[in-house]
Design a protein around this ligand. Structure first.
Ligand SMILES: Cc1cc2nc3c(=O)[nH]c(=O)nc-3n(C[C@H](O)[C@H](O)[C@H](O)COP(=O)(O)OP(=O)(O)OC[C@H]3O[C@@H](n4cnc5c(N)ncnc54)[C@H](O)[C@@H]3O)c2cc1C
Length: 504
């Protein structure tokens, strides 16, 4: 975007978007692609809050059927097929095995739920559900003899966010990582907005037609403290935590386990060698940045594994854990797991000008539809907004005419020294964009310094230059998920390398 745009009320930006989680990133990409002048600001790193702490599923949410969330489930089921097409590198189909526990939910109820799940949304590539029997080779405890199997998808959540940010950038958006939204006032039909660069502490003033508040868990705080207005809804912060252990079973399927409290817990194959186990639902009152798994949640997750799997685990097996807060729109439900997972968009204006749209709730799965709904609400206020376009256009890196396997083959041929698991990681993290750092490399000696876990200098350089990386955690936990496999010495090596980068 032209540097002068937004510097004066006579040449305003169309939209300033607060928050670089999946919802802010999705709205930024959609709006920029419709020809709007967009600025997105994220106070920390893109996807550093809820959008990297999810269970990483693109799913209809079988459980939500019990709470009659048919609208949400239908939209989410349909989005699975859309996201498989536009981001085939980041989203992959996964089978989910549901052991039957007759004392918790009768078989007829599960069959009815799965029938709805199979038919509520359009299913093109994903297979239908079916009943399954477990034999002695099953990873499950031998008392579990039968169950069900159905399809959903897995996603690299943080990379889905960064893909949308890249898309916004490619369409001309002004991308501001580590930039806080400080304050905004309506002035003569425009917004006057103050931002702070958190690296330099420099304040800048911008003018825009409209503001989108996609601050996730902070949405109500931003309204009250930064825009000095009442929040139309209360937000309920519901903590969810995950643990990662060495893998509990071979095979690419995930498990969905029913607990005695009527909740469910997923066991998902993770990063080749691990199982990701979660999640919990705990009311949370503190600072969303400081959220951590508690000892009670650890016990809860361990107990459900030990009552379902042959292999038992203890706290000593946990190699990593993380927690996040769901920013749910408060529907005054007593049970944290029953609060609606659907999203609500609110809009205010002044004399039909200077709109302020706020996002309450929302799933990763439905971010694209949420963005379309947000822009539909803003259409009357912004001239020259283009038509919806994101449903059939691949996200950056997702333009794979020969599919995932075509790109894998191409890399095997062109870079025969690359290990298979590195090729797989490049393909499933960057899609076709991995060529941006592999092009021209003719041997391992040209890959740059090695930091462990398959991370080389050429990839790190690409991330700093093209994916707004400032901090080592941005690389280890969000742009890649190699943090889990890197030792202290390798961490220090990478840290030193990045310091040198930032001195240039
Ligand atoms: C445990 C758990 C499991 C989940 N599992 C799934 C799942 O499997 N599938 C699924 O579809 N959904 C899942 N979800 C839901 C999903 O993760 C969230 O709904 C989604 O990530 C919310 O995205 P967001 O962009 O609204 O919020 P966030 O990702 O939290 O982004 C908001 C951003 O706003 C920024 N911000 C705040 N204030 C300011 C400011 N003043 N200036 C600039 N920036 C600011 C924050 O730093 C933050 O990065 C899960 C959620 C949790 C907690």
């Amino acid at each position: 975007m032209d540097a002068l745009v937004g510097n004066s009320p006579t040449n305003p930006i169309d939209l300033i978007i607060i928050g670089g989680g999946i919802n802010g990133a999705g709205i930024a990409a959609d709006a920029a692609g419709r020809g709007l002048k967009v600025l997105i600001c994220e106070q920390q790193d893109f996807a550093s809050a809820t959008s990297s702490a999810s269970s990483k599923l693109i799913h209809g949410g079988l459980r939500y059927l019990e709470h009659y969330e048919f609208r949400l489930v239908k939209e989410a089921l349909q989005e699975r097929e859309v996201l498989l097409k536009i981001a085939p590198h980041l989203v992959k189909p996964m089978r989910f095995v549901l052991p039957h526990q007759p004392h918790l939910r009768p078989a007829w109820m599960i069959r009815t739920g799965l029938f709805l799940y199979d038919h509520l949304g359009k299913r093109e590539s994903l297979e239908a559900s079916r009943g399954v029997r477990f034999d002695e080779d099953s990873a499950l405890d031998e008392k579990i003899k039968q169950g069900f199997e159905y399809a959903d998808c897995w996603v690299d959540d943080a990379r889905l966010v960064i893909s949308n940010i890249i898309s916004a950038y490619q369409h001309g958006a002004d991308i501001r990582n580590r930039t806080s939204f400080v304050e905004a006032f309506r002035e003569n039909g425009y917004w006057k907005v103050v931002l702070r660069n958190e690296l330099t502490q420099k304040l800048t003033t911008h003018y825009c037609n409209g503001i989108v508040n996609a601050a996730g868990p902070w949405v109500a705080n931003v309204l009250q403290n930064n825009i000095h207005t009442q929040s139309p809804y209360k937000i309920r912060l519901i903590k969810g935590s995950h643990i990662v252990v060495p893998k509990l079973h071979e095979g690419s399927e995930a498990y969905i386990l029913q607990n005695n409290d009527q909740r469910i817990v997923f066991v998902i194959p993770y990063l080749n060698d691990f199982s990701l186990i979660g999640t919990t639902d705990v009311e949370y009152q503190g600072d969303p940045r400081q959220v951590k798994i508690s000892a009670t949640e650890v016990d809860y997750l361990i107990n459900i594994i030990n009552s379902h799997f042959k292999q038992h685990i203890s706290e000593a097996d946990i190699v990593y854990s993380y927690a996040g807060v769901r920013p749910l729109c408060d529907d005054e439900s007593n049970d944290p797991s029953a609060i609606t997972r659907d999203y609500t968009l609110t809009l205010s204006n002044q004399d039909n000008k200077a709109p302020l749209l706020s996002v309450f709730g929302g799933k990763i799965t439905t971010y694209r539809k949420l963005a379309e709904a947000a822009l539909a609400k803003l259409t009357p206020y912004i001239t020259n907004m283009g038509e919806p376009w994101t449903q059939n256009t691949p996200l950056p890196g997702g333009d794979l005419t020969e599919g995932i396997s075509g790109l894998q083959k191409q890399l095997q041929q062109n870079f025969p020294w690359l290990e298979e698991k590195m090729i797989n990681r490049y393909v499933s993290s960057y899609g076709s964009r991995c060529m941006l750092f592999l092009n021209g490399i003719q041997g391992p000696e040209m890959m740059g310094p090695y930091f462990g876990a398959g991370l080389y200098g050429c990839e790190v350089d690409y991330l700093v230059e093209h994916e707004w990386v400032n901090h080592i955690d941005d690389i280890l936990w969000r742009r890649t998920k190699t943090g889990i496999m890197i030792n202290r010495k390798q961490f220090n090596h990478l840290s030193y390398y990045l310091e040198k980068w930032h001195q240039i």
